[in-house]
Design a protein around this ligand. Sequence first.
Ligand code: GLP
Length: 241
Amino acid sequence: MNVKVYKDAQAIGEAAASIFAGQVIAKPDSILGLATGSSPIPTYTRLIELHKQGILDFSQVTTFNLDEYLGLTHDHPQSYYYFMQENLFQGINVPQENIHVPCGTAQDIDNEGKNYDNMIAQAGGIDVQILGIGNNGHIAFNEPCDEFPMGTHKVALTQSTIEANTRFFENSDEVPRYAISMGIGSIMKARQIILVATGAAKAQAVYGMVKGPVTPQCPASVLQLHPNVTVFADEAAASLL
Ligand code: GLP
């Protein structure tokens, strides 16, 4: 695991965006794995800039997002589908039909999960996956638990995640209690992974991910076993390393 420390979120965004940019330039029909949360926003802002400057063309790119809240429709402002439209897709030229976000309103979530993993496999697998990290070490919505979950699946959010994500809703009662998330197995299949982390609140999770034992109690620690992971952190997030 390669850890790179930058001065602020903007510098991290530029560095992480350059990994995606290199990928898309080398392989215009790349399969990109995308994440929500505040951490990837500067990366997406930079990708939009590079597209507007005529440097990046996303017309052949396919995207797969990590996760979605259960029960929120695409037009709900806190759905991850909506977030992606607002923060990335409306600023670049990826065709709408190439965009995939797990469906949080599917009747049969188990089936939706299986189909989602099959779609990723049929597309050829993810070339580069960006991740954030939760304060408790979660990646996507894989919460601390006793066993690493493999495929895309339904998850119950922990109290810590509900509290952390309340800032996006009117109050904590509005935060969905369940989500659909790519599993640890789905994430580990990506050929390259970049993880972005900023702020002191992430320091413990970053320490567990990089230096702690590999354990589902800190889901991000599994990334120690992946051959091509780069962590982009600011000084506060990297302060315990
Ligand atoms: C949510 C998302 C994660 C994200 C995490 C951290 O729980 N499901 O993918 O990494 O939040 O978000 P932030 O980057 O806003 O701290």
